[in-house]
Design a protein around this ligand. Structure first.
Ligand code: PLP
Length: 491
């Protein structure tokens, strides 16, 4: 397409997407197609001759949209939100349009410098200690995902330990039984023996937070066995139940045992730009690195993970490459950041453009307002659940996600708790499947401490209070049908 054709089709495409946003609540949120549906609809070989953009858009409408689970729907409450926004979309357009491959400063100075500037802006919004700012010797980088951020920091920690004389077969990585699976995967990739991965148990009574005492017990036992504690990943806002690990206690254990401490605040980190939620990351001053996903709850389209480190040299030592064809005066001057040395891949997108656009289009005050608004929506939902004695909120709600369920029923005369729990799990499973199959809303589940819970993750960019209230009616409607079906009414 030449520039004029691009202009014409580009306008059409924006109209198409704007119309999609205006009507996205009309689609079943979770796609209803069967596996293999698309292969049956598309030709077996690629077209030999050009096709028109109009035809392609027609196929998007008829073939692609039915197979989309609508993450941008105001009725999407599954997983964590993917809080894309139109402001971010505009930034993405610039990024796709310029299509720079900003691996080092020289390959596109603005890509590197804008990224450093917005990462310092964000560090200030989060009140991160000075050591995480470029001016304080640290710095931030935009990665694709938290998986990459954890992998990079773990590689840095590993190489630092090896440089100090440790044997990789003795290095141990710690998280909790609630830590995201990306930590285990990263440990596997960087060569930590599987037997040296610890998922420290959490308890219902601690609201599933990793505590300093339980971490310390695991570390002391490993040291006694001749192993070397390497890395602990603490989480602020765990995936299953949004638990918040005890950062101050963990930081104290980490520094006593000379471990690298990473804080994974993938979902909840963004909320901490609001002064009233900042306390959730108290203790970040003790960490070596901190990350959150701007594509989860900070109005940036996928992908955009913000990672800060106190010691970029450790990242660079583990990840830098220096082929002849990339040598240049700027790098040699040591006056610039070459972000290729802070990440896995060489090539990198100009992600800072979307973050910059989001922050500037809304301003920090409004971003705080949006985040507070989502927390308020979750509170509304939580209040509705609490008013209905057939349901219960299972774990404390800190942010914009509510974990709830139909209570265990007294269906069994023996009053056997285990049997009651089993019945409750079965009922909640059926409730969730029934709600999702219908498609008016979409939620997902978790199992915490053996309890099956339904997660209601508010925080979609287009979600308003009326959507949340309707969602609750939908849930109640399905629950009532289910209760009628199984003929269990003795709540
Ligand atoms: N960490 C936490 C706490 C998460 O909830 C998630 C995803 O939900 C991840 C890490 C993984 O994030 P990503 O897909 O960006 O790697």
């Amino acid at each position: 397409l030449d520039a004029e054709e691009f202009r014409r089709h580009g306008h059409k495409m924006i109209d198409y997407i704007a119309d999609y946003y205006n009507s996205v609540d009309k689609y079943p949120v979770r796609s209803q197609v069967e596996p293999g549906y698309l292969r049956r609809l598309l030709p077996e070989t690629a077209p030999n001759q050009p096709e028109t953009v109009d035809r392609i858009i027609g196929d998007v409408t008829s073939h692609i949209i039915p197979g989309i689970t609508h993450w941008m729907s105001p009725n999407h409450y599954a997983y964590f939100p993917s809080s894309g926004s139109t402001a971010s979309f505009l930034g993405e357009m610039l990024s796709a349009g310029f299509n720079v491959v900003g691996f080092n400063w020289m390959s596109s100075p603005a890509a590197t410098e804008l990224e450093s500037v917005v990462m310092d802006w964000l560090a200030k919004m989060l009140c991160l200690p000075a050591q995480f700012h470029f001016s304080g010797g640290g710095g931030g980088v935009l990665q694709g995902t938290t998986c990459e951020a954890i992998l990079c920091t773990l590689a840095a920690a590993r190489d630092r330990a090896i440089a100090r004389g440790s044997d990789i077969s003795r290095l141990v990585v710690y998280g909790s039984d609630q830590t995201h699976c990306s930590l285990k995967k990263a440990a596997q990739i960087v060569g930590i023996p599987t037997s040296n991965f610890r998922a420290v148990s959490t308890r219902f009574s601690d609201s599933f937070a990793l505590t300093g005492a339980s971490l310390d017990r695991a570390v002391v036992a490993d040291e006694a066995a001749g192993l070397v504690p390497l890395f602990v990943c603490a989480t602020v806002g765990t995936t299953s139940s949004t638990a918040v690990d005890r950062l101050l206690e963990i930081g104290e254990v980490a520094s006593r045992h000379k471990m690298w401490m990473h804080i994974d605040a993938a979902y909840a980190g963004s909320a901490c730009i609001c002064p009233e939620f900042r306390h959730f990351i108290d203790g970040v001053e003790l960490a070596d690195s901190f990350s959150f996903n701007a594509h989860k709850w900070f109005f940036n389209n996928l992908d955009c993970c913000c990672l800060w480190v106190k010691n970029p040299a450790a990242l660079v030592a583990a990840l830098s490459t220096d082929p002849e064809y990339l040598k240049n005066k700027a790098t040699e001057s040591r006056q610039v950041v070459d972000y290729k040395d802070w990440q896995i891949a060489l090539s990198r997108r100009f992600r800072a453009l979307k973050m910059w656009t989001v922050i500037r289009c809304h301003g920090v005050a409004n971003l705080r307002k949006f985040l507070r608004g989502h927390v308020r929506l979750a509170k509304v939902f939580e209040g509705l659940v609490r008013l209905d004695r057939r349901f219960e909120v299972v774990v404390p709600r800190y942010f914009s996600t509510v974990c709830f369920r139909l209570r265990p029923v007294r269906a069994v005369r023996t009053g056997d708790e285990e049997v009651e729990e089993e019945i409750a799990s079965g009922l909640n499973r059926r409730l969730l499947e029934s709600v999702n199959a219908e498609g008016r809303i979409y939620m997902t589940h978790a199992v915490v401490g053996g309890v099956y819970v339904i997660r209601f993750a508010a925080g979609g960019t287009l979600t308003e209070e009326r959507h949340v209230r309707t969602a609750w009616l939908v849930i109640k409607e399905h629950a009532e049908k289910l209760i009628d079906d199984v003929d269990i009414l003795n709540w």
